[in-house]
Write a protein that binds this ligand. Structure first.
Ligand code: DUC
Ligand code: ZN
Ligand code: ZN
Length: 470
């Protein structure tokens, strides 16, 4: 395989920051040095003035996922192409245990769809809805033999996705003992469903009531319950999409007690607040995601937690649904909830704008150091989900997943220029500093400016190890 030398870029990892040459060969980083001399067969790329970052690792994305009665509008092909353009070279999606199949069947089914389509490397968390002896046996098998070491469970959506506390406890106990991770959606689902029913009965049907029926206190209550279950199970636990200080305060306290609690937030909770819901226009269905956007005060706490490591990951929860009826052949997406907010599929796009938006509002605004930016978007997600050091860093022997990032460039975001199938972006018209210039997947150039050089199916399923956070 051809070798490429990235000359004179500023290499930034979670811990280092230096100018060097990086030689990529046979899909991995072969050598890092100064003024390296290479043969004529090696392609040399001048990266002077550019950052050389490890490819982003996004451990919370939804392609072709069934969410209630809808399916997310990105295929594995479109979603991973969008990921690549945004500087993300590894994604962890979901395999859903349905009523009719088992965890192992869910993994196999997802792989059958993904393998031929993915343009970046990938893995899956298995969503576990019901737990019995057979499920627990398959979960253990998935961890030991399939390289699938994380599982997601919902405390929300009764009758659809919700698992009861005993099921979550059983999973925490076994997966924790085996060194894997249970990722939890923490909201008190039964109380939320009651609030939704009452709102609709009162004639409150517009999208703003999505937020009003999912108050932060119910995220906090479920987070606290999840922590206590993990404590009893003596297991590590990971909270997805943390949005509020109500949740954070329990996470901070538990970590201070020495309980291995980990958590992510998402760019939308840092970019926007609940003032967007001050309208009865259906347009705000764009912001119907779960949990909903919170107050500016919550946002301040999220930034603080990111700085002091009470939050360890920023993942997108890329869960796209179109606003326009029939866009790219997708019908009945957000519009399903035109007369009933509870029918709006929950989720928003964000996979392609994660790095650049966080670079702008985090690094450029002095809230995150460059090292911390890399740690939150690549290194720690790789460590928590068993991908490190193959993924998540620039080191000799790691996969040559490399992003050349121009900190001096800027761009104005428009949905029509992005690569997701989604017909909108929450960042429409916003100018952001920083730009992904080139992306390499295992040494192959897949994004070169606006040019797509990748192809469907070139991504690989990555068998993962256990949690590497201790
Ligand atoms: N939770 C997610 O993680 N994604 C989409 C919807 C939801 O409730
Ligand atoms: Zn969720
Ligand atoms: Zn999600």
């Amino acid at each position: 395989m051809a070798s490429t030398l990235i000359r004179n870029g500023r290499v930034i990892t979670a811990t280092d920051d230096y100018v060097a040459d990086v030689l990529m060969q046979d899909g991995v980083i072969h050598a890092i040095g100064k003024s390296m001399v290479v043969g004529e067969s090696v392609q040399v790329i001048d990266a002077s003035g550019l950052y050389v970052l490890p490819g982003g690792v996004d451990t919370h994305v939804h392609m072709e996922n069934i969410v209630g009665p809808s399916i997310t509008c990105d295929t594995f092909a479109s979603g991973t192409k969008a990921a690549a353009f945004g500087g993300t070279t590894t994604v962890v999606d979901f395999a859903l245990q349905t009523d009719t199949d088992s965890p192992l069947a869910a993994i196999a089914r997802t792989q059958r769809s993904a393998d031929a389509q993915v343009a970046v490397d990938y893995s899956v968390h298995v969503i576990i809805r019901k737990v019995d002896k057979q499920v627990l046996a398959e979960v253990r098998h998935a961890m030991r033999h399939e390289g699938v070491t994380s599982f997601k469970m919902f405390m929300a959506y009764p009758g659809v996705m919700m698992a009861d506390d005993a099921a979550i406890f059983q999973m925490l106990r076994q997966v924790g003992a085996d060194g894997g991770m249970v990722a939890v959606h923490a909201e008190n689902g039964t109380v939320i469903d009651l609030l939704i029913k009452e709102a609709l009965e009162a004639g409150h049907t517009s999208p703003r009531y999505h937020a009003m029926t999912r108050p932060a206190i119910l995220e906090g209550e479920a987070t606290h319950r999840g922590i206590r279950l993990a404590e009893l199970a003596e297991a590590q636990i990971y909270f997805v999409h943390v949005s509020s200080n109500q949740a954070l305060k329990h996470i901070v306290a538990a970590r201070a007690e020495g309980i291995p609690v980990f958590a992510e937030t998402c760019p939308h909770y840092l970019l926007f607040d609940d003032s967007v819901y001050n309208s009865d226009e259906f347009e705000i269905a764009k912001y119907v995601m779960t949990p909903p956007l919170r107050t500016p005060e919550d946002q301040k706490h999220l930034w603080r937690a990111l700085r002091y490591d009470d939050l360890q990951v920023i993942a997108t929860d890329h869960c796209p649904f179109c606003m326009k009826e029939g866009h790219k052949g997708f019908f009945q997406q957000k519009i399903r909830g035109q007369h009933d907010f509870s029918q709006i599929p929950n989720g928003a796009p964000g996979i392609e704008t994660r790095l650049v938006s966080l670079f702008d509002i985090g690094v450029m605004q002095g809230k995150l150091s460059l090292n911390r930016f890399v740690q939150l978007t690549s290194t720690t997600p790789a460590k928590l989900f068993g991908l490190f050091p193959k993924k998540g860093t620039i080191a000799v022997g790691s996969d040559a997943d490399v992003v050349l990032f121009d900190p001096a460039a800027s761009q104005t975001i428009h949905a029509k220029h992005l690569h997701s199938n989604c017909d909108y972006t929450l960042l429409e018209g916003r100018t952001l500093r920083g730009r992904v210039k080139k992306v390499f997947l295992r040494g192959q150039l897949i994004v070169d400016g606006e040019q797509w050089l990748g192809r469907e199916g070139m991504g690989r399923f990555v068998p993962r190890g256990t949690v590497q956070a201790f």
